[in-house]
Design a protein around this ligand. Structure first.
Ligand SMILES: [Zn+2]
Length: 222
């Protein structure tokens, strides 16, 4: 079993891709804070980007993320958020690393930016993706993967359950997005996988094998 997106690992047998360990990046929310990243002048955090470049060149297994755009906390996307995202896509292209994307309420814009790097960035993870299926062909063309999260366990998430059965099998992954804040309520990755398998008419073992293989493809291991 592979949990392809968490911030806090959970003890157990599952393989986990941890933000801050396996992937590094400046989250779009960080660009909303003043006095930290970016600095008080509201400019792109160049020091942070330089540090990232150093870490990426020192460790070939390190990916980039989670990065992107966000309209959940603020309706308007600032130029700093946009430029910080672009600068990190440039880094991923330069070092040829997979990217974990955040695109709450603006997946169309995030996908459009990624298209500019098609073929130069090896793979993308559309994490927390809950938009309608219209973007799935673009995601496939980008060598993108879509990770299904705990929302699938919610019986009221009718549209989300409609989406997750439409994700092409070769693009399917699972995640918990486990954080320090949600740790107590966060379901196990196996629970997410079991529900997804049921919705897609597969056995748990089939889904586990499929998503393990896809996770390796996303990381460029096979
Ligand atoms: Zn996350």
């Amino acid at each position: 079993m592979t949990d392809v997106h968490c911030h806090v690992p959970r003890p157990g047998k599952a393989r986990q891709f941890v933000i801050g360990e396996d992937f590094i990046g400046i989250h779009p929310w960080e660009t909303l804070r003043t006095g930290s990243v970016p600095d008080k002048t509201g400019s792109v955090p160049n020091d942070e980007l330089l540090k990232m470049a150093g870490l990426l060149s020192a460790d070939k297994k390190l990916g980039v993320g989670e990065i992107g755009l966000d309209r959940l906390k603020n309706r308007d996307i600032s130029s700093v958020m946009r430029e910080t995202f672009l600068a990190q896509l440039e880094l991923a292209a330069r070092f040829r690393r997979p990217v974990v994307l955040h695109g709450a309420k603006c997946w169309g814009q995030v996908t459009a930016q990624c298209k500019r790097f098609a073929g130069r960035i090896p793979a993308f993870l559309f994490h927390g993706f809950s938009r309608s299926d219209g973007l799935l062909p673009d995601i496939e063309n980008l060598n993108g993967f879509v990770s299904v999260g705990p929302a699938v366990l919610n019986d009221h998430a009718v549209n989300y359950r409609k989406l997750v059965v439409k994700i092409p099998a070769g693009r399917l992954l699972v995640e918990t997005d486990r954080t320090e804040e949600n740790e107590a309520q966060c379901p196990a990755i196996e629970d997410v996988a079991r529900k997804l398998a049921e919705l897609r008419g597969m056995t748990f073992e089939e889904l586990e094998a499929l998503t393990d293989t896809n996770a390796g493809r996303f990381r460029g291991e096979c």
